[in-house]
Design a protein. Structure first.
Length: 242
């Protein structure tokens, strides 16, 4: 038995403001150079018309899930997650497989501005697209948490292919567990998601499942978005997708 959820979240509900984008871009809030501040303001003004953040998940029941020391089996598919992820998911008895996206409009907008020579605004829009997909994943974690709470379950952190030793090529297996074109996201043969500004992954569920600190200190992926997100918002639950 599987539980399926799909929803659209209004862009303003994600609460992405100028200070957030400044931090993601490496500036202290209010301290970005005037051209950057103007580009951020212009992009945010039009973002609601360009972004269409949405997401969904499928819950796989305990009889379809098994976690061992190096891998996770879900719905007949085995993911070679490696030790770090398997250890964090070990308390889970069920799993949610999820995707979120900013939608295609924002990255099309970014490319258009860059083509027209508005490189700074195009870069800000590209950054906003990534942040929109990540914040949509935060929103979806709330929906997964609500579904888990109805069964008196907790949730683990979320984990994505490409992080903590989990091969990105296993996106293909992950998407095989979702309805076709779920949230209008598809995969290229090289396992890139389309739209690019999308996040995918798994979340553990169960009576002893809980959110824990991400194992960034012992993970070698220096360019990890989760590592960057921790520096932006230390109290925030984790994010994760290449």
């Amino acid at each position: 038995m599987k539980s399926i959820f799909h929803g659209v979240v209004p862009f303003p509900d994600l609460k992405i403001d100028a200070a957030r984008l400044e931090r993601v871009m490496g500036y202290a809030p209010g301290q970005s150079p005037p051209p950057v501040a103007r580009a951020i303001a212009a992009v945010l003004q039009d973002a609601d018309a360009r972004a269409r953040p949405c997401g969904g998940f499928v819950i796989f029941e305990p009889d379809q899930v098994n976690v061992d020391s190096q891998s996770v089996q879900c719905g007949g598919v085995r993911f070679h997650t490696g030790l770090l992820i398997a250890r964090q998911l070990k308390p889970a008895t069920a799993l949610a497989v999820f995707v979120t996206t900013a939608g295609p409009g924002i990255e099309t907008w970014s490319r258009q501005m860059m083509t027209e020579g508005e490189l700074l605004k195009g870069y800000v829009a590209d950054t906003l697209g990534s942040e929109t997909a990540e914040k949509a994943a935060d929103w979806l974690m709330g929906e997964i948490g609500s579904a888990a709470a109805e069964r008196d379950w907790g949730t683990t952190n979320r984990f994505s292919p490409g992080y903590c030793g989990w091969p990105v090529a296993e996106q293909q297996q992950l998407f095989s567990l979702l309805p076709s074109r779920f949230c209008d996201i598809t995969l290229t043969p090289s396992s890139l998601m389309v739209p690019l500004k999308s996040v995918s992954g798994i979340v553990g569920l169960g009576s002893t499942a809980r959110v824990r600190e991400y194992p960034c200190a012992i993970c070698g992926k220096k360019e990890c978005r989760q590592r960057a997100a921790a520096s932006v918002s230390p109290a925030s639950p984790g994010k994760g997708n290449p």
